[in-house]
Design a protein around this ligand. Structure first.
Ligand SMILES: [Zn+2]
Ligand SMILES: [Zn+2]
Length: 697
């Protein structure tokens, strides 16, 4: 176990945070790992009597929010407010309890961002400098890295974003890309000079180095940090051009001649403080008591380590605010693979709740979190087994059995067996539980709790109290077992608050803190609710990744910039309307062969701009070495769904790469996916002239 800084035994102010979720999309099961981790830790601290606050907020600024709001035709303020509410509902449904969940688009955050900026500036940690930026004249905007695509200057791979080449892994600048394109409109952007604000990160190298050496950081993290420091720290650009959704930098027009905004990564971490301030202001408390005199515990994913271990501590150093402790976790994989919409493993919080109870996920994550920076695999079979065999079969079953037995037969606990050895064993295990929570090694804590449940189950089983219910000895044994169950529930409270509550209600106890661990509890027993819900395995999802529709080709034009491409207008029925499709079939079919024909389109591949023309669907074509054919639709209407027999179409958007991985084959004039025919409600889809084994692309 990698030990953390030990907790103070005195009551201490602690701020616990999880990263601020971006108010631009739903919470998914990958996010939940971190919020559950931080929630468990915060609940544990509170049980220890610490003055802990679990603080979070929605991160509301930046280009993606501004662009998406425009696309949806709403103001950014409206979009972020919608997600702010939605995120809180999702967290609440997983029993993630924040003391304050605020927003970065708030007066408190504006005030603090300006306060930071002003201070840093006075201390000469901020300067301005002219740099080259990428500007799209047709969108009339500066393009951030993720809004420019082009070929990698190092390995020539096409279609790479301006921040990093996915093929060779080189960190890029968008100004380095060859043949750059604006991802918003497809046109060719230009370079432009623009004056921006910079934070002197390089001045903090030595101090950061000293901090890394002494802080209780995870060893993996120390290695990354050393690498970054060895490479040398570049100063950090903290401003962005208009249009931007964020806080305007005071005085920027006067100083650099145009409006500049704080880069979202400047004001997002300040959101930790402004959310604390918002909480404190309402209660006549002072946030500085927490941030200057208390301890701050950040929980973050490995993807944002750079910001949290370099920029943020450097800013805090400059502000003379004590540095936080940080716990970094890995990512979630599902069944061993990255979450993916097309495989049906990308589950939002809401999707998950339709299938499984929230406490099962809290427990599963807790049994896997050990403060190592490794990915956690949510293997659904394991997940079900852990819930059914461990949580229900061992822990839940023990508590339910002994409480029910005691309540039905005696109605109370009046005497308790003296079991010295067992008591010592359990006390030792409870120490391990505490140590595990303290060090973010929840896996260790869960193991110890499972051992307690095992000891309890064995003891109860061996005693065979049901053979002689009325003996004084039996009553004492049950009294001892009730105390074990009570201690188990107390130890589990940070992870499973609602299971603990069921035990607490059965014993009519008020609240539980760590001090309530005891073997001397006596009193009345009340009926117990079912502890844990069994999970039935959902049959293998029979979802076909594509959303296919019958469409009619209305118009065909030659693509202005490519010899092999057509630009077609297709009608997909009332619901989907007209879409433009760019298809590489100009060498295969003439205009006359296409116009007016009903064919099959895939309508859920992410729209793309191909050589400057938007493409919003893909036409399916069967091809073998002798030629190509369109799929024949005869009886079905335009707009009808085309399905794989016995499967449902996935309507979520998928990536072109996911599309390419699928294999549809011609067999005896039909199309098949994994041996099942492609059909509509009225007919099986047919193809003329192509041999069995021809591929459909
Ligand atoms: Zn553009
Ligand atoms: Zn490359």
């Amino acid at each position: 176990m990698v030990k953390q800084r030990p907790l103070s035994s005195k009551k201490k102010r602690v701020i616990v945070t999880a990263a601020l979720p971006y108010a631009n999309g739903p919470i998914h099961i990958g996010h939940l790992l971190e919020y559950i981790q931080a929630d468990i830790y915060s609940r544990f601290l509170k049980m220890q009597g610490q003055d802990a606050l679990f603080i979070c907020a929605s991160d509301m600024h930046g280009t993606p929010i501004e662009v998406n709001a425009k696309k949806e035709g709403v103001k950014p303020e409206v979009l972020v407010e919608k997600f702010w509410k939605e995120h809180q509902d999702d967290f609440a449904s997983f029993q993630i309890h924040f003391d304050n969940y605020y927003k970065t688009h708030s007066p408190e955050n504006k005030e603090l961002a300006e306060f930071f900026f002003d201070r840093l500036r006075k201390k000469k940690y901020i300067y301005t400098k002219k740099i080259n930026v990428i500007y799209c004249p047709s969108c009339a905007r500066t393009l951030p890295d993720r809004y420019v695509k082009g070929s990698c200057p190092y390995c020539s791979t096409a279609d790479q974003y301006g921040d990093v080449c996915e093929s060779c892994g080189t960190v890029l600048k968008s100004t380095d890309l060859i043949n750059p394109k604006c991802t918003l409109c497809g046109s060719v952007p230009m370079q432009k000079q623009s004056e921006h604000y910079f934070f002197t990160l390089h001045k903090f190298s030595a101090r950061l180095q000293k901090w890394f050496k002494n802080a209780h950081l995870q060893p993996e993290v120390k290695n990354w940090l050393q690498e970054w420091l060895d490479k040398g720290l570049e100063d950090w650009c903290i401003s962005r051009d208009e249009p931007y959704f964020g806080f305007e930098i005071p005085g920027s027009v006067k100083e650099v001649g145009e409006k500049k905004f704080f880069y979202v990564w400047l004001d997002a971490p300040i959101g930790y403080i402004s959310s604390t301030k918002h909480y404190c202001d309402q209660r006549k408390l002072n946030w500085k008591e927490y941030w200057y005199k208390g301890n701050v515990q950040h929980h973050i994913g490995k993807d944002i380590a750079y910001f949290h271990f370099l920029f943020w501590p450097a800013m805090l150093m400059a502000m003379k605010i004590p540095l936080p402790d940080l716990t970094v976790h890995g990512f979630i994989t599902v069944n061993g693979q990255k979450m993916s919409k097309s495989r049906g493993t990308f589950m939002t919080a809401k999707d998950f709740l339709k299938l499984y109870p929230p406490e099962a996920l809290r427990f599963f994550y807790a049994t896997h979190l050990d403060r190592k920076v490794v990915d956690v695999d949510l293997n659904i079979d394991d997940f079900i087994a852990v819930n059914n065999n461990v949580l229900m079969g061992s822990i839940g079953n023990f508590c339910y059995r002994v409480l029910t037995f005691g309540q039905k037969n005696y109605g109370e606990v009046k005497s308790i067996a003296v079991e010295k050895t067992l008591k010592i064993q359990i006390k030792q295990l409870l120490k391990s539980v505490k140590e595990g929570y303290e060090n973010h090694d929840f896996k260790h804590a869960m193991k110890a709790l499972m051992s307690i449940a095992d000891l309890g189950n064995t003891y109860f089983q061996k005693s065979e109290v049901w053979k002689d219910k009325e003996s004084a000895e039996s009553k004492k044994v049950v009294g001892f077992c009730v105390n074990i169950a009570r201690n188990l529930a107390i130890g589990l409270q940070p992870v499973l608050p609602s299971l603990t509550e069921k035990v607490r209600k059965a014993l009519a106890d008020e609240t539980y803190t760590w001090k309530d661990l005891d073997f001397g509890w006596k009193g009345k027993l009340h009926p117990v609710e079912m502890m844990v819900q069994k999970i039935e395995k959902v049959p293998e999802s029979s979802v076909f990744p594509l959303h296919l529709r019958v469409g009619e080709i209305k118009e065909v034009k030659n693509h202005p910039n490519a010899d092999s491409l057509y630009v077609m207008n297709i009608y997909l029925g009332k619901e989907l309307g007209i879409r433009q499709v760019v298809a590489g079939i100009r060498k295969l079919f003439s205009h006359a062969q296409l116009v007016g024909k009903k064919v099959v389109f895939c309508v859920n591949v992410k729209p793309a701009v191909i050589r400057g023309e938007k493409s919003e669907a893909m036409v399916l074509v069967a091809e073998d070495e002798n030629g190509a054919s369109l799929l024949d639709i005869i009886k079905s209407d335009v707009g009808e769904e085309v399905k794989v027999a016995g499967m449902k179409n996935n309507h979520e958007q998928i990536l072109f790469d996911d599309f390419k991985k699928l294999t549809l084959l011609v067999k005896d004039g039909h199309i098949e996916f994994e041996g099942k025919k492609l059909v509509t409600d009225k007919e099986a889809v047919r193809v003329e002239g192509r041999e069995t084994g021809a591929k459909v692309l």
